[in-house]
Design a protein around this ligand. Structure first.
Ligand code: UFG
Length: 339
């Protein structure tokens, strides 16, 4: 039996690949390298000492998808990470986002169905909750009203997966709603390497730490939080990766469709992170307070009880580990994966 990992060269996908290989799974990775580099594959092999098959392929290319399943009949489940994920970019490129993420998932599920592969773990996001009515957020909270096209693609894909399951109960679907993944593998060999100037907080901070950017722009200090800056539920990417293992094992046994928040349950503000970074690494992050970023909300953090009770999963790493490992990745790879 083997697991197909779509987007397996990306930030979260590569960490998941390591965890699956370390757990003894056979894996096949597909990626189109739209936001990742081929060298990631060597790094995964270096960390694990294990080999795997790789296909450079795009989800929108049905023939390539069919070829992967035809050539690897032992694949019995899919961990689906591949997709575009920049919130701001999705506002200016809605067609690309809906097409890549939604059509891409339709293609994947169509190919899966025709090859009798009906088990999928899907990378969703806390963004499906939009501006939550209350925190911590439970899985039963209202879904929809995402604030941007990227978020809407996650809402739509969740809906599509549900309808597929309703139509055919042989499908097993586990939807993981990620909070804010940061950190990196402790080896410092794989980590987050966004194209261009980072949109997200931690990759921006590591660039300031490495002297590539002068200071952090803190987007607003008038939110309804303990220090006025936005509060989020940061989760170590290795913890997040391990949640996929638990989700796959669980859904194969429990069967059906299920939804899980994957976060620590603790919210930290932007200034808490700046402070934690200094404490974990000794590096002072210069910052300036600026206006709010459109679309941002006060606070977003998970109630991860369901994942603990049903998956037997809880986050093991704390904010100090996350800051240390993010910094370690950046120090070892000041130019990310390079050209
Ligand atoms: N922030 C700054 N300066 C920056 C970047 C971010 O102050 O340069 C602040 C934001 O205002 C926010 C916090 O840091 O308060 C976290 O921002 P991120 O951009 O890192 O993360 P978001 O919570 O905005 O978005 C993340 C993912 C989305 C996902 C969302 C769901 O990037 O993909 O969580 O909860 F949809």
């Amino acid at each position: 039996m083997s697991v197909l990992i779509t987007g397996g060269a990306g930030f979260i996908g590569s960490h998941a690949a390591v965890e699956f290989l370390n757990a003894g799974y056979e894996i096949v990775i597909m990626d189109n390298f739209s936001n990742s580099k081929p060298v990631v594959l060597d790094r995964i092999k270096q960390i694990t000492g294990k080999d795997f098959k790789f296909y450079r392929a795009d989800l929108l290319d049905l023939a390539s998808l069919d070829k992967i399943f035809d050539e690897n009949p032992e694949i019995d489940s899919v961990i689906h990470f591949a997709g575009l994920k920049a919130v701001g970019e999705s506002v200016s490129k809605p067609l690309e986002y809906y097409h890549n993420n939604v059509t891409g998932t339709l293609m994947l599920c169509d190919s899966m169905r025709r090859h009798g592969v009906k088990t999928i773990v899907f990378s969703s996001s806390a963004t499906v909750y939009g501006a939550p009515d209350e925190v911590p957020i439970k899985e039963s909270a209202r879904v929809g009203n995402a604030t941007n096209p990227y978020g809407e693609t996650k809402v739509m894909i969740e809906r599509i997966l549900k309808d597929i399951y309703v139509s055919d109960k042989e499908w097993n679907v586990s939807v993981l709603r990620y909070f804010n993944p940061i950190g990196a593998h402790k080896s410092g060999l794989i980590g987050e390497d966004p194209n261009g100037i980072p949109n997200n907080l931690m990759p921006y901070i590591t660039k300031v730490a490495g002297g590539k950017l002068p200071y952090l722009h803190v987007f607003g200090n008038d939110y309804n939080t303990h220090d006025g800056t936005g509060v989020r539920d940061y989760i170590h990417v290795v913890d997040l990766a391990r949640a996929h293992l638990k989700a796959l094992e669980s859904i194969k046994e429990r069967r059906g469709i299920d939804y899980f928040n994957i976060g620590t349950g603790t919210g930290y503000s932007v200034l808490d992170i700046v402070k934690a970074y200094k404490e974990a690494t000794g590096v002072e992050i210069k910052y300036e307070i600026e206006g709010r970023r459109p679309g941002d909300i006060d606070a977003c953090f998970a109630d991860p009880t369901k994942a603990r009770e049903i998956l037997g999963w809880t986050a093991e790493y704390d904010i100090t580990d996350m800051c240390r490992d993010s910094n370690n990745w950046q120090r070892n790879n000041p130019n990310g994966y390079g050209e």
